[in-house]
Design a protein around this ligand. Structure first.
Ligand SMILES: [Zn+2]
Length: 238
């Protein structure tokens, strides 16, 4: 078995760091999905309560019109009773005119009541859908939470495995290289490392010096002077 070169160890570490980044982003995705679905639930709940509020107002409006109708009808009855006992023709005539006007107003009111009742029916018919939406979104959220929890458990397990591999591989580095590696990883994570690409830094594309290139050729690592990334020779030419 060949002795691992510094470059090959860094190459492996870079791969492991990328895995960790990927695992972390997968772990973060679950709570984000949950937050989106929670907002959806809030929205459908708001829609449902807004509909209930609209219905309450429409019923109140309809009730008020009906109350007005009853008092108008009572008023007409009173006027008719008065007319029946009217002594003078003039009084009889005036009461008759008022009764006619009030009856006209009642017909308008009756139309309005019909409209208000239709409105109440219309809103009432929308309620099952609103209730159903809340149920559906609640169930979807519960399902999502379970799924995310299950996935997170698997990801955590995988994370633990990768982290233990990381520690194992890190211990293969010489002390000086390990210190440099740990410093760049601490600041930039996986982006603290890059392979060389055509004599340039694979991270910032700055041209590398002859000394750096010969270090890389010797399967050692080099530090990019421009971006500070820890560089290694890409694996393709080995
Ligand atoms: Zn660079």
């Amino acid at each position: 078995m060949a002795v691992a070169t510094t470059a090959s160890v860094i190459r492996t570490l870079h791969r492991i760091q990328r895995q960790l980044t990927d695992l972390r982003s997968q772990l973060a995705a679950g709570p984000k999905q949950i937050s989106v679905q929670t907002k959806r639930l809030q929205n459908v709940e708001n829609e449902k309560s807004a509909l209930a509020e609209t219905l309450k107002k429409a019923r109140k409006h309809s009730d008020e019109k009906q109350l007005l109708l009853r008092s108008s009808e009572a008023k007409i009855n009173d006027l008719e009773a008065k007319r029946n006992t009217a002594k003078a023709n003039r009084e009889y005539q005036l009461l008759g005119e008022q009764i006619d006007a009030d009856k006209m107003a009642i017909r308008v009111l009756e139309d309005e009541i019909l409209e208000s009742l239709e409105r109440v029916d219309e809103i009432t018919s929308q309620q099952p859908t609103a209730t159903d939406n809340v149920k559906k979104v609640t169930a979807a959220l519960e399902e999502l939470k379970k799924q995310v929890q299950k996935e997170a458990a698997q990801l955590e397990k995988e994370m633990a495995r990768v982290l233990s591999k990381l520690t194992e591989v890190e211990s293969e580095l010489a002390v000086e290289t390990r210190e440099v590696y740990q410093r760049v990883v601490k600041h930039k994570g996986e982006d603290g490392m890059a392979s060389s690409e055509g004599g340039c830094c694979g991270g910032c594309h700055q041209k590398l010096t002859g000394k750096m290139l010969s270090q890389l050729m010797a399967e050692d690592v080099a530090m990019c002077r421009s971006c500070g990334r820890l560089l290694y020779e890409a694996e393709t030419n080995s």
